[in-house]
Design a protein around this ligand. Sequence first.
Ligand SMILES: *Cc1c(COP(=O)(O)O)cnc(C)c1O
Length: 354
Amino acid sequence: MTEYPRVVVDLNKIRENVKFLTKKCKESQIDVVGVTKVFSGSIEIAKTLVEGGIKYLGDSRVENLKKYENLDVPKVMIRLPMRSQIKEVIKHVDISLNSEISTIALLDKEAGKQYRVHRIILMLELGDLREGVLPEDVEDYVEQINSMKNIKLEGIGVNLTCYGGIIPSFDNLGQLEKISNLIEEKYDLKLNIISGGNSSSLDLLWKNNMPPKINNLRLGESLIFGRETAYGKELEGCFYDSVKLEVEIIELKEKQSYPVGEIGFNAFGEKPVFIDRGKRTRAILAIGKQDVDQSNLEAMDKKIIILGASSDHLVLDVTESKNKYQVGDIVKFKLNYGSLLQLTTSPYVKKVFD
Ligand SMILES: *Cc1c(COP(=O)(O)O)cnc(C)c1O
């Protein structure tokens, strides 16, 4: 018996997206870190990304990277390491992104204990205001890193469009390039990786406006959804529908659309607002806010209205639909980055790979 709710993943479509995007990046001498965090670390996805041609596997959590031990590509931890996880990071991660010298010093010490050399990408703050060293502090950082025996400065990088929504440009990525030149000349070293951001940098690449020294991008969303994320444009030649959600109907009844009685607060402390549409056909589906925020779902049946959700119930208005839904029927939804991230994190949602 098929179990629901489930996320159905078309690995062939993802593989084709990865092939297409890695090839396009390669034309500009850019290697791709394939980021798997939106799947909560799935070995099937990781394998598919490797088959598609990514050069590194990236994830924000060491627990996820650990699962990829048998895949023969370097593992990149794209979130700054926690002090409480230094041992695991040295053991399971080849390259980590860093911005705190005290953490890098701990990595150095632990790498020595484990007889390893740990490679790092020093992250720079170039406007988005999430992680990164301020440009004026870079030289001080590089000097200290160079004095560490078990740390190798593999490169520098930036992350944009994640917190501040700052769009990658020839200007801000040009700054990254300039800083890399300064480091290489002043300290007489070669930086192997100049990592120019995530899926939001693809638009710049498509416009042939990427500073030439950028040789690395960390891509997640674009590989799965076939879109760049600076403007949310679909990239021609990609699949946009590699994932979908299927959920089962557990109640189907005609009911009033306006609740009866005094309206107080709902289960989440919000005062709900209702539109009185009279009597409607309503379906309750077995999924809820514990699994996904309903505002990130879109029913494939365009006539369905998503009315709301509680912890474990999703309430739909199916009155206008041509489909004559019944209890036990399956309703399908399109996903976006936010809903896929939540759904793959829920232990109640099955993941099925086609
Ligand atoms: C999530 C993340 C990425 C991947 O971003 P996408 O938008 O999914 O391509 C890259 N780098 C860092 C540091 C991230 O946190």
